[in-house]
Design a protein around this ligand. Structure first.
Ligand code: 5GP
Ligand code: ZN
Length: 114
């Protein structure tokens, strides 16, 4: 069994609250939300970090951003605001080594983050 927790969610081996899914991408709620809306946008392909992206991944990353605009509309966040962010390695606070983007909204978010 794949030990990567996000691959396990992709394979439906562990549950998640999924808001969107297609052949390349899955979006589910973070298990420990830090905002009223805290989603994780996860390419299904196991890409460990942002630095492992290759040219062949460019389409799925563009697609991921387009799906984020769709969900933002559905969640009533257009005009109000939200944040998409990815964490890379230790200083960035990356805990899960399967590339993902946090989508945060539903409250004013501080900038810069801590
Ligand atoms: P990172 O620090 O790697 O950018 O963030 C990983 C995120 O994944 C954290 O916000 C954490 O709460 C979330 N997370 C960790 N394990 C699980 C899980 O099993 N299910 C879900 N839905 N989220 C998880
Ligand atoms: Zn994985």
């Amino acid at each position: 069994m794949n030990s990567c927790i996000f691959c396990q969610i992709v394979q439906k081996e562990i549950p998640a609250e999924i808001l969107y899914e297609d052949d390349r991408l899955i979006v589910f709620r973070d298990i420990k939300p830090t905002a009223p809306v805290h989603l994780l946008f996860v390419p299904k392909k196991h890409i460990p970090t942002l630095m492992d992206l290759t040219e062949e991944d460019a389409q799925v990353i563009g697609h991921l951003h387009l799906v984020s605009t769709r969900l933002a509309r559905e969640l009533g966040l257009v005009g109000r605001g939200f944040r998409m962010v990815t964490n890379y390695e230790k200083d960035g606070g990356q805990l899960i080594y399967h590339l993902h983007y946090h989508f945060l909204g539903g409250r004013p978010l501080q900038w810069p983050p801590g």
